[in-house]
Design a protein around this ligand. Sequence first.
Ligand code: ADP
Length: 369
Amino acid sequence: MITEKDVLAALASVKGPDGRPVTESGVLSGVTVNAGKVYVSIAADPAKPQAAEPVRQAVEAAVKAIPGVAGVLATLTAERAPGGPGAPGAAAPGPRAQAGTARAGVPGVRHIIAVASGKGGVGKSTTAANLALGLAAQGLKVGILDADIYGPSMPKLFALHEKPEILEGRIMKPLSAYGLKVMSIGFLVEEDTAMIWRGPMVMSAIQQMLREVAWGDLDVLVVDMPPGTGDAQLTMAQAVPLAGAVIVSTPQDLALIDARRGIAMFKRVEVPILGVVENMSTFICPHCGERSDIFGHGGARQEATRLGVPFLGEIPLAMRIREKSDAGLPVVATEPDGPHAAVYKDIARQVWASLSGKPARAAPRIVVE
Ligand code: ADP
């Protein structure tokens, strides 16, 4: 298994813009390894991003040469937002810019929230999809935007594979599933193509999916963020006018460290943390019903308490959740009265309560006349 350490060792031979190894010149702003795929973000000078392009290419070549690497994506970050200053969404200065820059809203969309995780594979996308469905189950108008360029999941989670229709001009019509409006980078490009996207292209794709999609009237737009806490994610968190963020973590210590970084990242750009979700919490054996805490249990709750952010709930590690997700039949939509849907819906109620400023509604009362 390739580790970040292996990547850094290989990058020590790549020279940065100042002639020093990139590992020493401070231009490496993030290195993530996920299932053999390596993502590197490189901070570029926004005034002359072209100068960093040869470095980016050298970084990709060096990582590609490591035996066992399945894919590599090196992105330049800190570039100007597409359209230049003043353009809609141009408030994405650089990852090192101060928080509090104006972020233009999306007309018709009341709240945009991010679902994020410190690393890949913790169930972020599954949680985002079922959270969106849980919000819709409360009668809200909900959209989901899959901004996970490293591995768009919504096409699979909702079994949606057609290309969005183009309405007037460049405006795209979102696809729909179970009453949700769905837009994914996976509808626009093949998965392999997304892998070679670079910073500015990523940013323009996100802006396009936010602002050139006929979202219509939405109470909540859920954004499935790319995993990680590097500059690419930070830039995106700044470019999207977020009302809050939900952090998904597994109970393992390592995942919790990453989750902590995620919380710190959103705090840095002044995005409120709506709460932490512990995914793959307890395993309930489908045969005997026995509970086993495979990855430990309760770690995320303790961490949330320690950091003073809300804890939203524990989603069990359940075969049914995986089977349903992989079949494009998310549990909240297809087994709405089941035990797993109940957990997601409860999380959704708490999220809506903090967005709307009203206390979470209890289960409906039965009134006998
Ligand atoms: P991420 O977006 O963090 O990379 P995904 O949502 O794609 O993660 O989930 C990774 C895998 O784990 C998928 O196969 C998904 O079906 C499975 N998964 C996610 N949450 C659960 C859960 N609570 N129980 C069982 N499997 C899960």
